[in-house]
Design a protein around this ligand. Sequence first.
Ligand SMILES: [Zn+2]
Ligand SMILES: [Zn+2]
Length: 289
Amino acid sequence: MQNNFGTKNPISIPAKAGEKIIQKYHFGSESGVADAENLDSFKNLKNLLTSAHAPQDIDGIRLNIASESKRFRDYSISVIKKFIDSLMFFPNIRKMNMHFPPKRWVKATQHEGNMGKYSIMIDSIFNIGSYADDHDIKLVLENLNSYWWDNEIPDDIHFDDVDWGSKNEAFGMSPEEWIQICEDVNHANVKLCLDSSHVCTYAHRFSSEKREERVMSFLSRPELIDHVHWSDNYLYDLKGRRDSHLLVGDGSLPRNLHQKIKNLDATILLEHYYDESGLIKELDFIEKL
Ligand SMILES: [Zn+2]
Ligand SMILES: [Zn+2]
């Protein structure tokens, strides 16, 4: 018997929580972005995995499906298509979550695919969305972080003093661009994945008075959201510049956001697992929302 704790669709937890816990609660499960290079290690979860996270980088090099370099772009697309092929081993995986490519990735280790172009990204997502459709896998696009840590921005730098124009950034970070991408791709098999912890790292670019409005804007087109990576984070404390992935209820994202997430017609991944007592506490919070 499935218990959704009041959500409309089944809940899943990360594959790293392990077979025992996933089965005990009759949850689905998702493989994480770091697992993408060795899905083989989840053979014991063959029937329990219900979604998978597409690869973001290979050997520390960030893939870029928006790159103007055809060679690097084709390589990046082929890595993701091969990943889709590998999902065929798992009969219950019906959804693949994907990160957006970099707009600008200036790390010393990135020798190719440093820049991304919006229109190229749209075409590449359409291409991957069609390939996923042929494999009966829905593609969902996850709003991305503001990379405070990847850019080594110290906590004592005021949010207003950061020159983001020269920093590592990916597409699909603001709610407006995230939604626009989905509309521009315009493919029935391509929808959105809302990551509430990432939302918080973005909101930290604004004054504390503006943060709640920025956060709630991610829910302005709920019909496009098909999957959620649900976690909490610190909206007003500097710790929220990091992608904290707290238990839902342990941070300071607005209660209204959590209520709206609970009522979405979307599948939900609680994108963290610490221990069973934390999970029980979180499920109680969700049930009472
Ligand atoms: Zn992700
Ligand atoms: Zn996520």
